[in-house]
Design a protein around this ligand. Structure first.
Ligand SMILES: Nc1nc2c(ncn2[C@@H]2O[C@H](COP(=O)(O)OP(=O)(O)O)[C@@H](O)[C@H]2O)c(=O)[nH]1
Ligand SMILES: [Mg+2]
Length: 244
């Protein structure tokens, strides 16, 4: 299997089918050698029914379901554990980044054998988000770079493509179940000296009415708390020990 595309979904009744169709269109010929894993939990809006219907319509679409909300990180890890692809990619269902970036990033991961991540904070990116989210994102990423010296500009962008062997070397012992998963993963990746390339993306936040996030302030607080917990756990610059 060439690649696995993981779609974490929580209450995405409006976007899920559009997202899968858009990916099918942009993957072109490679669509048939890919699997799509919808990892969906805690939805109360009928997203699970749509996901089931999509598995009937497409042979290469799978659906993982839990009635309890698991968090994005846990949902991603559950899907990774059943993913068969040589490249394992994931993307947000509300498509803040056009799906056309997905085949490009998968191809780059294949060619370079490195981790490819979308970035909203490097030259060439085009971003349309509320100012408070941009500010939090800049501050948060500066803080991660100061604490962990990893040189990455955007840890939290929702589109990433990872070669299988790297993913499964890094995955054990990542203790992050929610949105913080991406940062925990990248910090660990860097502690193991893998290369990460950032690709500038076009990014547009969904209309707030569809957002599954409670509030930017609550989420920001949780992210900061998780960040300091991680720092405390691995202690400053003690990467060698963390890498094991
Ligand atoms: N399975 C699962 N997916 C989630 C959860 N929380 C968020 N997601 C998904 O993660 C992606 C990003 O979430 P979103 O609310 O758009 O975050 P934002 O873009 O950072 O505001 C979307 O595809 C969501 O459906 C969760 O608890 N479980
Ligand atoms: Mg979003």
């Amino acid at each position: 299997m060439e690649c696995s595309i993981i779609l974490p979904a929580h209450n995405e009744v409006y976007f899920l089918e559009r997202c899968v169709k858009s990916i099918e269109r942009h993957m072109g010929k490679t669509w048939r050698s890919c699997e799509v894993i919808i990892t969906e939990d805690g939805s109360i809006d009928g997203t699970d029914r749509i996901a089931r219907r999509l598995t009937e319509k497409y042979r290469n679409v799978k659906h993982l379901h839990s009635t309890v909300r698991l968090g994005k990180g846990k949902a991603l890890m559950n899907a990774m554990n059943i993913a068969q692809g040589e490249i394992i990619a994931f993307a947000d269902v509300d498509m803040p980044i056009p799906s056309s970036f997905l085949p490009k990033m998968i191809e780059m991961a294949k060619k370079t054998d490195c981790i490819i991540i979308g970035s909203r904070l490097i030259k060439g990116s085009k971003v349309s988000r509320p100012v408070k989210r941009i500010l939090f994102s800049i501050l948060y990423n500066i803080l991660v770079r100061i604490l962990f010296q990893d040189g990455i500009h955007d840890h939290q962008c929702g589109m990433k493509a990872i070669p299988r062997h790297i993913l499964f070397d890094v995955l054990p012992n990542i203790q992050a179940e929610g949105y913080f998963w991406d940062t925990a993963f990248l910090v660990k990746t860097k502690s193991k000296k893998y290369k990460v390339f950032e690709v500038p993306v076009e990014y547009r936040d969904r209309a707030i009415v569809y957002s599954s996030m409670k509030s930017v302030y609550i989420t920001s607080f949780i992210m900061m708390r998780e960040l300091f917990k991680l720092w405390w756990r691995i202690k400053p610059f003690n990467f060698e020990k963390y890498a094991k």
